[in-house]
Design a binder for this molecule. Structure first.
Ligand code: SAM
Ligand code: SF4
Length: 328
């Protein structure tokens, strides 16, 4: 699949649920309204949808959400997708908040998943509770250990938040690298109505990088994972540090991704409103001709890029939909 700017689309992120057992302050309002269950694609429909993308050249699939591991029987879908590895699909991965990992780590590894991303913004139990509202840090840490023991490679994703965790970044870096995990820092993106003040939360990673360059020797790395992160090698720890900088640096020129939600809506760009309904063609016929044509039409419309800005006066989101719906 090639879009009108010549970019090859080889990476699909699949949000299998918009629900979550946390309420991270930058992601959701505390009293979120979730989609009615009747609107969701079944696990079989999600598998068929992924299959149609694989047939069209998608090589990497990331299962995300919401919290993917809270969807009932999600392992059934993951196992079925894992069975497609080596048959068009080159990599199956997962992004999780880690709360259910202790329970699922071994099954995930057995399904063919090699590496996962775990989101963790702080290792301070009180700050963790403040940022996730509902989360229990000990469960996440136990989940991380279980995943490492199961033989999964881990990357920790940390959203950089000015007041919450700026001072903790060096500690997080050393902890992650001491366990053989990469660390990626993410700038907050203005997505969805949340209760918190985004301008107060926003911390440009250019500042973080300058802070870290005083303490560590950072060398550009050409490591790529197929995602938007740019990596540095940290000489003192021997580990890798990634930066995802949608606001201070636009990474759209090399975008190879699209995202599909749990209702079968395809978003061609995380930062734009244009979407395509794939549920109707999926349900209209048992063969994939209509679905394939709908995918082709959507890819041809993939926009050049997003234009996130933090509106410093109003702190309004750039888009109404949250990351938990689109699938981060
Ligand atoms: N629940 C899973 C988790 O937290 O890893 C998967 C879904 S979550 C939406 C995926 C990633 O998006 C997480 O790393 C989270 O920190 C990040 N995220 C959510 N809202 C964000 C925002 N407004 N700006 C930047 N990152 C965000
Ligand atoms: Fe849930 Fe992930 Fe959003 Fe946090 S970032 S509320 S864990 S979906």
């Amino acid at each position: 699949m090639q879009d009108s700017f010549g970019r090859h689309i080889t990476y699909l992120r699949v949000s299998v649920t918009d629900r979550c057992d946390f309420r991270c302050v930058y992601c959701m309002a505390e009293h979120m309204t979730f989609l009615p269950k009747a609107e969701l694609l079944t696990l079989e429909e999600l598998e068929r949808l992924c299959g149609a993308f694989i047939a069209k050249g998608v090589e990497r699939l990331r299962i995300t959400g919401g919290e993917p591991l809270v969807r009932k029987d999600v392992m059934r879908l993951i196992e079925r997708l894992g069975a497609r590895l080596g048959r068009g699909l080159k990599e199956l991965t997962l992004t999780t908040n880690g709360s259910q990992l202790a329970r699922f780590a071994r099954d995930l590894k057995a399904s063919g998943i090699e590496r996962i991303n775990v989101s963790l913004d702080t290792r301070d139990p009180e700050k963790f509770r403040a940022v996730t509202r509902w989360g229990d840090l000990n469960k996440v840490l136990a989940g991380i250990d279980a995943a490492l023991e199961a033989g999964l490679k881990l990357k920790i994703n940390m959203v950089a938040l000015r007041d919450l965790n700026r001072d903790e970044i060096p500690d997080m870096l050393e902890w992650a690298h001491s366990k053989g995990m990469d660390l990626t820092l993410i700038e907050t993106m203005p997505l969805g109505e949340v209760d918190a003040d985004r301008v107060a939360q926003y911390l440009p990673l250019s500042l973080v990088r300058a802070d870290l360059a005083h303490r560590y020797t950072l060398a550009e790395s050409d490591h790529r994972t197929g995602g938007p992160a740019r990596y540095m090698q940290v000489a003192e720890t021997g580990g890798r540090l990634g930066f995802i900088t949608p606001l201070t640096h636009n990474f759209c020129e090399s975008c190879n991704r699209v995202r599909v939600t749990c209702t079968g809506t395809l978003y061609m760009c995380l930062g734009q409103n244009d979407d395509a309904d794939l549920r109707t063609p999926l349900r209209a016929s048992k063969d994939d001709a209509l679905l394939g044509a709908a995918i082709d039409r959507a890819i041809a419309r993939k926009p050049l890029g997003h234009d996130f800005v933090i509106d410093r006066r109003h702190s309004k989101p750039a888009l109404a939909r949250t990351m938990s719906l689109t699938g981060g």
